[in-house]
Structures are given as C-alpha cells and as structure tokens.
Design a protein around this ligand. Structure first.
Ligand code: RP5
Length: 158
C-alpha cells in the first residue's frame, strides 16, 4: 500500500517529479504518482487530498509550476505533511512556482523544497525521513543511502 502520494499539476511536471519517485524507489518506499491539477481538475484535487489519510497515505509530495497552488490547496484539505516542489517554469524559471508554494499563511504549512530536480530528490528523501521516524528498517536504508552518497564524493576535482 502506498505510504507517499506524489502528485503534480501536469504530465509536463513528470520530468521533474520522477526524481522524487526514483528516490523513493531507491529507498524501498511504496508510493503512488498522480496528475492532480489545482486549476484544471479541482474536484480531483478535493477528492485526493481529503481522502488521502483515510486511504493510508502518510506524506504527500506535491509538485507544480507557475501559479503553483497545488501544494497549498492539498495542505488545506489534509492534516498529513505536505512537501511542495516548485517546478521550473519557462517564463520565470520557477521563481513564480517557488513564491507561490513557500509563502503560506500561518496555520497551513507546506514544507517547500528547492526549485526543480534537487527539490524533487530532496522531497523524496524528506518524505522517507519522516516515515523513518517510526520505521527502523527504513531508517537503516536511509542512513545507508546517505553513507553511499558520502563515499561517492570524489576528493580530487578532475
Ligand atoms: C501547472 O502549470 C503545472 O504544474 C505545470 O508546471 C504548469 C504548466 O502546465 P502545462 O501547461 O504544461 O500542462 O499547473
């Protein structure tokens, strides 16, 4: 059963959001991926976010670009932690996405990550870290992942 729900505003976001999915795959975290648009499919968003906890999801990762209301609207309809990934937009390079996602009013939090691929990878890692608080096996896998990353960093630049 999926523990993390990765949602995105458009199929065009998949190139970015697939990195969150691949990170969760690498850590052995069951997850699902769906296109859910705050603007184009508001009813789908309502049903997804309001039913997420009941379906067993524990964390939602939401990626969107431009006027990126998806993470905030999802957070308004669930008590689950919502991690927002600003997708890089063509017109404003993702600054619009970032500011749309990060500047939530007090009371409805969205954990906002970096713009683009780095943010998607880190959303996967952060979702895993949240779940690892109550899952020793996952915690061990996450620590091993971090150790492998450390070991893979070259000492010499060339
Ligand atoms: C947002 O509009 C999506 O999250 C996407 O990043 C952006 C552009 O969507 P498309 O026009 O490519 O479908 O809703």
């Amino acid at each position: 059963m999926a523990r993390v729900g990765i949602i995105m505003g458009s199929t065009s976001d998949w190139e970015t959001m697939r990195h969150a999915s691949e990170t969760l795959d690498a850590l052995g975290v069951a997850h699902e991926t769906k296109v859910v648009s705050a603007h184009r499919t508001p009813q789908r968003l309502y049903e997804y976010a309001s039913g997420a906890a009941e379906r067993g999801l524990q964390v939602i990762v939401a990626g969107a670009g431009g006027a990126a209301h998806l993470p905030g609207m999802a957070a308004s309809m669930t008590h689950l932690p919502v991690l927002g990934v600003p997708v890089e937009s063509k017109a404003l390079k993702g600054m619009d996405s970032l500011l749309s996602i990060v500047q939530m009013p007090g009371g409805v939090p969205v954990g906002t990550l970096a713009i683009g691929k780095a943010g998607a990878i880190n959303a996967g890692l952060l979702a895993a870290a949240i779940l690892a608080l109550g899952d020793e096996d996952l915690s061990a896998r996450l620590q091993a992942w971090r150790e492998r990353q450390t070991e893979s960093v070259a000492v010499d630049p060339a």
